[in-house]
Design a binder for this molecule. Sequence first.
Ligand code: CP
Length: 297
Amino acid sequence: MRHLVSIRDLDQKTIHDLVDKALGNPEDLPIFDGEKVLLLFLEASSRTRVSFEVATHDLKAKPILVQEQGSSLEKNETLQDTLLNFRSMGLRTFVIRCKEKDDLLSLCNISGVSIINAGDGKREHPTQALLDLTTLRSFFSWKGLEKKTLAIVGDLKSSRVAQSWSLLAPLVGLKLRLVSPPEWRPQSWGSEHSYFDKLKDGVVGADFVMSLRVQKERHDAAESAVTDRFIQGFQLNANNLSSGAFLMHPGPVNWGVELHAELQKHSNSLILKQVKHGVDLRRALLAEILSAQVQGQ
Ligand code: CP
């Protein structure tokens, strides 16, 4: 694997292999002494950034972190020029969190580089969906997962995680329910998914319920006006989360908005397991990408 920009880059076998490697023994992965991984983060991040750093260290490679603040992107240097300059310093593997205006796909055309999407505006966040899947797979076989239902509840239209899931679920046979107020429903995520505008209908009988952060910073005026109604009608709490359902959230959580604070210590919460699997999945992914880089030298 040379790049991971979209779930569209993957087939079912690649997904199964990657997730199973993530759940395997980290000591079975190759090490990459002397290799470097450039982490370029142009939006805020805690989980994704640090888990990629930890994963890079685990593989004995060196992470180099660049954030927009303090870089020449602040002086209007383009992302393309920034990468070309880093490429001239011998860097080839780039983990990038970027903004709406940026174009990750065009960066894949720079000779010899690997691009890993670490969150791409409102478009996709493939490693988050894959680490979520790693958490699901830690409970069930691949065959067992085909009978399961995942309900994603919340600010779908702003969510790169939900968009990656809309592509990932059909590839692994999971049934996906997308639950939101009509104003936050995406227009074009595929007719194979079920869409709900009532929380109760969307979560009843679901095996996994994933809540999403309300992304106020991405809302236009019409989307912003929905937030209070969302909190009344869609906030998950101990009563409306079906008993037996596992609770998930990609983080960061806004307690009191999408999740009631009483769920902080919920016995079926997988939220911190997802975070642990973030390191596992990203370590396995980096091992694939760095192997392809080393072989291509
Ligand atoms: N889930 C996620 O991407 O979290 P961060 O924004 O903290 O990386």
